[in-house]
Write a protein that binds this ligand. Structure first.
Ligand SMILES: Nc1ncnc2c1ncn2[C@@H]1O[C@H](COP(=O)(O)OP(=O)(O)OP(=O)(O)O)[C@@H](O)[C@H]1O
Ligand SMILES: [Mg+2]
Length: 305
């Protein structure tokens, strides 16, 4: 279980520019939870992911991984537990290194020693196998510099890097937003396949409301640094884009163009990415109140705004 409890984050505290980006946020994740996170611009989604990853320090609150308090752990130490993919395909990889060197660095993530990009023979085999599963031919490009890859290939590589050693938690921050729709769909399919097969507890931020509904077993809506709405399993599966837009309107949230485009392209059901049917959490999820086998969760909960 991963517990994120009472997290507060201020930027420019005590100045006229003060922003209270996270306002006592609580989020408890069961093993195998695949949570999609939506929220208007500035809701605090990226700040939350950065606090969990240790990239920015929260001002109050506690983060526990399986009972271990990691709140004081620096980012490099948490990196052993966490895989992360950003919106920018350039951010997760080193352009000057080869595909194999990047993967070798990912394999040694969070270790103090052995940070060199040297690649062993057995590792190369592992890399080939994992890259071949992408179906992009990258297994033949181990010695190519990453800077030569397309944005989609690079994001697929970043996904492999983030999950090469199964992380306790995978953080995805709008990781398909910078890709064209076809490539985005491929990366989403890869995401779903990887998360499901490796049973990875995952937080995926997206502005695409249809994707937020289509993927995962749980949907969380953030607003002004808090969780406004939290929907699980069968209740989540029943959600429609219109329901989410209604909740945003009720919260007086300013919707951005990408959310509204989701509505325009699919007012009720959310066309676009079609999940491969891995929407339910893996069998390791033992959250109380689960429905019968095949259902995946307990009722949605309202949160005080
Ligand atoms: N480094 C920073 N310095 C100052 N303010 C910041 C910083 N990072 C975030 N903020 C502010 O904190 C609030 C939350 O920002 P955050 O980036 O977490 O929002 P978000 O939900 O990810 O939004 P978006 O959908 O636009 O990515 C915003 O008001 C933002 O301006
Ligand atoms: Mg963000």
């Amino acid at each position: 279980m991963i517990e994120i409890l009472g997290i507060h984050k201020w930027f420019h505290r005590g100045t006229p520019q003060e922003v209270h980006a996270l306002q006592g946020l609580d989020l408890v994740l069961e093993p195998g939870d695949f949570v999609t996170i939506i929220g208007s611009n500035g809701a605090g989604k990226s700040t939350l992911l950065s606090c969990i990853a240790g990239t920015i320090a929260e001002d109050a609150g506690t983060i526990r991984f399986h009972g271990t308090d990691v709140t004081s752990w620096p980012e490099w130490r948490r990196a052993r537990l966490i895989g992360r993919v950003f919106q920018d395909p350039l951010r997760g990889t080193c352009a000057g290194g080869t595909v194999a060197q990047n993967l070798a660095l990912a394999l040694r993530r969070g270790e103090r020693r052995g940070l060199g990009p040297g690649v062993r023979r057995a590792e190369r085999e592992l890399f080939r196998e994992r890259l071949a599963a992408l179906g992009l031919g990258l297994e033949h490009r181990l010695h190519d510099r990453v800077g030569l890859l397309s944005g989609g290939q690079r994001q697929a590589l970043t996904m492999v890097m983030a999950t090469l050693r199964t992380p306790d938690l995978l953080l995805l921050d709008e990781h398909t937003a910078a890709l064209d729709p076809k490539t985005a769909a491929q990366i989403l399919e890869l995401t779903e396949r990887t998360v499901f097969s490796q049973k990875i507890t995952t937080l995926m931020v997206t502005h695409n409301l249809a994707h937020a509904i289509a993927l995962g077993n749980r949907l969380v809506m953030m607003h002004r640094g808090r969780i406004l709405f939290d929907s699980y399993g069968p209740d989540k599966a029943r959600l429609r884009v219109g329901d989410l837009l209604q909740r945003f309107h009720e919260a007086d949230a300013v919707l951005n163009d990408r959310m509204l485009l989701t509505e325009a392209s699919s007012p009720s059901t959310g066309e676009g990415y079609r999940p491969a049917g891995h929407g339910c959490p893996p069998a390791t999820n033992h959250r109380e109140g689960h429905g019968p086998a095949g259902s995946c969760g307990h009722p949605s909960q309202e949160k005080n705004p």
